[in-house]
Write a protein that binds this ligand. Structure first.
Ligand code: URA
Length: 192
């Protein structure tokens, strides 16, 4: 089933195709309770072919551990699967070109919660302006491909590297996400 979620030969974005080393697909179980969605691969992700393996990934992994979660238990993907040059934000056209792949991933994984890491994925899925710092840790409903999906807004892990005051916000958000996994408080509530 993971194979069905792998994009292997897309050439829709002229500005990305020639510069990328590879397409960076999502990783993690295809039946995960939590789906983390970032913006786009950075340099290290482009080299290794896996989302969040650079410094941001270290921050994410640590927060997951602190919340009693493990990286292999969650699914991690990006709005855009090819690295934008100079780590610029993806354009709205690039986001649109890649949208179908993300929608297919969300549909197949059918997570309890989608955690949007930073402004770009939060605004992409909620389809509105998002003040990430003040809305981090809050849950919202989003319409994705005709389904209502629960979205938990998070600051980007990299934000904690240049603004230490974001560390607690990020940690609390990941902790909240953990409540929706098997054994978490919200998951248990669903049993009653
Ligand atoms: N930042 C992102 O948004 N995605 C990655 O995969 C890595 C860093």
């Amino acid at each position: 089933m993971d194979e069905q979620l792998r994009v292997t030969d897309c050439e829709r974005c002229g500005g990305l195709v020639d510069l990328r080393s590879r397409i960076v697909n999502g990783v993690g179980p295809t039946d995960a309770d939590l789906l983390f969605v970032g913006e786009a691969p950075g340099a290290q992700e482009d080299q290794e072919g896996e989302p969040f393996v650079g410094r941001s990934g270290d921050v994410l992994d640590e927060a997951l551990r602190d919340a009693g979660l493990a990286r292999p238990d969650v699914r991690i993907t990006n709005c855009v699967r090819c690295r934008p040059p100079e780590n610029r934000d993806p354009t709205s056209e690039e986001l649109e070109n890649c949208r179908g792949y993300l929608e297919t991933e969300i549909d197949r994984v059918d997570p309890e919660v989608i955690v949007t890491l930073g402004k770009v994925p939060s605004e992409h899925l909620l389809e509105r302006d998002v003040a990430v710092t003040s809305e981090a840790g809050e849950l919202f409903d989003a319409q994705v491909a005709g389904e209502t999906r629960r979205v938990l807004v998070s600051v980007h892990p990299a934000a904690t590297l240049y603004d230490r005051s974001q560390e607690a916000t990020f940690a609390a958000t990941i902790e909240r996400a953990g409540e929706f996994t098997d054994g978490g408080d919200q998951a248990r509530l669903g049993e009653f």
